[in-house]
Design a protein around this ligand. Structure first.
Ligand code: SF4
Length: 343
């Protein structure tokens, strides 16, 4: 048992908002050791064997700025639960597989997934700033999907030749884990493709390291002719602190439309109070709640699953609590379907 007093813990967990480190340094210094995660939050050592087992399957990664929003000494903290590996990840559960969205069969070029009409998804970075235990890409072969500059040229040629493609979606990993130099180059090239109208960026970085929204990022976002939509990924209202609100304000100032998608997760946000507070806090930060996903059945994440009947009841209750524009759409991604499937 680790016996740190709460006062001592407060002095151990740094307040990154006051720290001048740039985002790259924060990314490089993210916690990657389960022992450190357990110790820094003052958890009992009995969490360690499970944390080590899960870590062996999908490594721990938690930036300090995200850690600072967790409650010390509380293994049920909703942010901690998203990142702490547990023994249940080793369970083999029927229906939970390594590639639940069958992305391997929709990857015609390295780093490119084309499964929806009019949109392509580009794997712009093989890494994330945080490793979410429920991630449907936790087994994705990123090493095979990290394009070189020459392979990016091939991808751009693929896009140029298909005038039905109107939207390029930067995904990952987390696309914003890539350097601004590389992203500025890519987005400039995308902007030269006449039939492309929109750029969509799926990212968790402005949430987990808000300092990622710096002048260099805003510069290329403002320079593109493409309409830009950023889809954030926030599951719990405690993820939205003052630094996240500030990052959202700067993004909106650069003309970026902000949406959010959440995943419905057992033990994290599977109650009406939390989901209602999340929608309210998102809107206060200038972000529209967009999707509430049911869990993709990825191996290692079955303990986060919420049955459909319970999800539907939750959203029905949420509907009575919130203005219509604050109600996210409850959806599932079904392999082979042309769009997300409403429940
Ligand atoms: S940030 Fe997104 S892609 Fe990365 S681990 Fe979390 S859910 Fe997966």
């Amino acid at each position: 048992m680790i016996t740190r007093s709460p006062d001592l813990l407060q002095s151990v967990i740094p307040t990154v908002a006051n720290d001048a480190r740039d985002w790259q340094t924060q990314l490089a210094q993210a916690i990657r050791d389960p022992r450190e995660l357990v110790a820094r939050l003052g958890l009992d050592n009995h969490w360690l064997p499970g944390a080590n087992q899960g870590h062996a399957l999908f490594e721990v990664r938690v930036p300090e700025a995200y850690l600072a929003r967790m409650r010390p000494n509380d293994p049920q903290d909703p942010l901690l639960r998203q990142v702490l590996p547990v023994t249940a990840e080793t369970d083999s559960v029927v229906g939970f597989v390594s590639d639940p969205l069958e992305e391997a069969v929709h990857t015609p070029r390295r780093g490119l997934i084309h499964k929806y009409h009019g949109r392509v998804l580009l794997i712009a970075s093989p890494t994330c700033a945080i490793n979410c235990r429920y991630c449907f890409r936790r087994h994705f072969p990123y090493a095979e999907n990290s394009p070189s500059r020459a392979q990016w040229e091939e991808t751009l040629t693929y896009l140029r030749r298909d005038p039905s493609i109107q939207e390029a979606i930067l995904s990952g990993g987390d696309p914003l884990a890539s350097s601004d130099k590389r992203l500025a180059w890519l987005v400039e090239r995308l902007g030269e493709i006449p039939h492309l109208r929109r750029l969509r960026i799926h990212t968790r970085l402005p949430v987990v390291i808000p300092d990622r929204v710096d002048d260099a990022l805003l510069a290329w976002l403002q320079a593109t002719r493409l309409q830009t939509v950023m889809v954030l990924h926030i599951n719990h209202p405690n993820e939205i602190d003052a630094a996240v609100v500030d990052a959202c304000t700067r993004l909106r100032g650069a003309g970026v439309t902000l949406l959010n998608q959440s995943v419905l997760l057992r033990g994290v946000n599977d109650d009406v109070e939390t989901l209602a507070a999340l929608s309210e806090r998102l809107f206060s930060a200038g972000v529209l709640p967009y999707y509430l996903h049911v869990l993709d059945p990825v191996a290692g994440a079955a303990h986060f699953d919420v049955p459909d009947s319970e999800a539907l009841t939750l959203v029905d209750e949420l509907r009575t609590r919130l203005a219509g524009f604050l109600l996210p759409r409850l959806v599932r991604e079904v392999p082979g379907e042309a769009s997300k499937t409403p429940l």
